[in-house]
Design a protein around this ligand. Sequence first.
Ligand SMILES: [Zn+2]
Ligand SMILES: [Zn+2]
Ligand SMILES: [Zn+2]
Ligand SMILES: [Zn+2]
Length: 163
Amino acid sequence: MEEDDVAASHLKSLECPVCLEVRAGLKMFQCANGHVVCGACVGGIRICPACRVKMPESSPIRCLVAEADIERLLAGRCAHREAGCAFKAAARDQLERHSAACSYRPLTCPRIGCGATIAAESLVGHLTSKHFQPVTDATGVYYTEDKMQAGSIKGYMDHETTD
Ligand SMILES: [Zn+2]
Ligand SMILES: [Zn+2]
Ligand SMILES: [Zn+2]
Ligand SMILES: [Zn+2]
């Protein structure tokens, strides 16, 4: 197996069975049989979703190994990993540059009154399907309503950042 496959299957084994996510920066907990549950979900369950053993009621069992593994495995990974981004950086400044331009970064729809949060790569699709009708004529493709040009949508996306 490639190193990346090992990391991917290890990450999969650290996935919380309640929210189905692996998130950095959360405390991790485990049942008496060692199945992990994330800190965001542990308060809401009485039995382990994997083996149905009763979870300890007053003090859930912390799982430091899982926390450390998650931090290590997610190091250098794009924050928009869950949205589908597979980017992995070798250096920290590389990750920051990527995040600002990541095609999976969430953007707020620029249409007044909409305000939906859309992954950057889906924004043009959202704008055209929800707000504008594309029309093709001799001058190229433009969008009805205020004739927003395809280029100006692209311009918005190139300049928008999420911070
Ligand atoms: Zn969870
Ligand atoms: Zn269990
Ligand atoms: Zn990314
Ligand atoms: Zn919208």
